[in-house]
Design a protein around this ligand. Structure first.
Ligand SMILES: Cc1ncc(C[n+]2csc(CCOP(=O)(O)OP(=O)(O)O)c2C)c(N)n1
Ligand SMILES: [Mg+2]
Length: 324
């Protein structure tokens, strides 16, 4: 009982801490540092299954206590409580059309900076070992317009998502930020069944491929025509990059001893080719795409390549880095 005052003091301290964390989120890592207008649309007013058709019914049941959600993390200038489908329409009708020409122009020097510092050397390296970006670009250039991209997790996922040029909507199958290594093999097999008329390209790293390598058996059995592009850097590359950046290159458990993939492919009766030199890249990609059915293309890529640019944990979006 006598501790009541102490509890109040603790509570006040806690509230102060929460307020300062909120302030930090708002100013630092929210990624909103330079945004003038931000719309946050909540779907709280949809029914549990998210059915749009029943919105009217659910609107009547909107709980006014939802107002407590407003301004929780970022302080808004204007708040609107209502069904997104209806209120958005009412808001856009009232907005004056703007072109934001100057704002859009302001991105051009930034695009150029990114191209000069990162993209050019990633996709057009002049010498040295093969790089993931150029492998992805070579496949992307030669693949049919409606090819489906499936990727695994790690650097291979980021490089293939970043440099594969999509020409058809609904063409990427990825575990995204969920980042489930091993995802690519079964997902790619599924894609060949879901879109049998399209070429399915499966980009993987040496770590993730081995997590579901037994699916080669499914490919053998079902004849699923998956074009597997293994980007072998002999590392759990994504984790190695973080160890380089955060732990002064003290690598732990990230180096990989790989099996002889030519023998693995042969065991499953799957055509295989290894590329170690960039002069052979194009012909190998063409051979993979021309071959009927599944193919395993192993590319021996640079061991310590990093994916850039990146934002360090806790940094705002305008403090991105281009090299470690
Ligand atoms: C099942 C699972 N285990 C561990 C991780 C953590 N993890 C994320 S990326 C990565 C390394 C991936 O290595 P590799 O498949 O060789 O791809 P690379 O980054 O070298 O392209 C690891 C271990 C994960 N995302 N999923
Ligand atoms: Mg790897």
């Amino acid at each position: 009982m006598g501790g009541g005052g102490k509890d109040m003091a603790n509570l006040e301290e806690l509230q102060k801490k929460i307020a300062s964390v909120r302030k930090a989120i708002q100013s630092e890592s929210s990624g909103l540092s330079d945004s003038k207008t931000v719309y946050e649309l909540r779907k709280s007013f949809l029914d549990k299954a998210g059915r749009v058709g029943q919105l009217m019914k659910y609107m009547k049941e909107v709980d006014p206590s939802q107002r407590a959600e407003f301004g929780k993390n970022v302080k808004p200038d204007v708040t609107v409580l209502g069904d997104c489908r209806l209120t958005l329409k009412l808001i856009t009708e009232r907005m004056a059309k703007a072109s934001h020409k100057e704002w859009i122009e302001s991105f051009k020097p930034l695009d150029k900076e990114e191209y000069d510092k990162v993209i050019d050397s990633a996709i057009h390296p002049a010498d040295g070992p093969l790089k993931m970006g150029e492998v992805v670009t070579a496949v992307s250039d030669a693949a049919p317009q409606d090819a489906v991209l499936v990727n695994d997790v790690g650097l291979n996922q980021m490089f293939s998502s970043r440099y594969f040029r999509y020409r058809t909507p609904r063409s990427i199958v990825t575990s995204g930020g969920l980042g489930t290594m091993g995802f690519c093999m079964p997902a790619a097999i599924g894609a060949t069944f879901g879109a049998p008329e399209r070429t399915v390209l499966a980009f993987m790293g040496d770590g993730g491929f081995q997590m579901n390598i037994q699916e080669l058996g499914t490919i053998m059995q079902t004849q699923a025509p998956v074009k597997m592009i293994l980007m072998n850097n002999t590392y759990l590359g994504n984790v190695r990059q973080w160890q380089q950046m955060m732990f002064n290159s003290r690598y732990s458990c990230t180096h990989m001893m790989n099996p002889d993939y030519s023998k693995i492919a042969a065991a499953y009766g799957i055509p295989y080719r290894l590329v170690t030199d960039r002069k052979d890249l194009k012909s190998a990609v063409d051979e993979m795409l021309k071959t009927k059915g599944a193919f395993l293309l192993e590319t021996a890529v640079m061991d310590e390549e990093n994916v850039m640019p990146m934002i360090k944990p806790g940094s705002p979006v305008d403090k991105m880095i281009f090299e470690i």
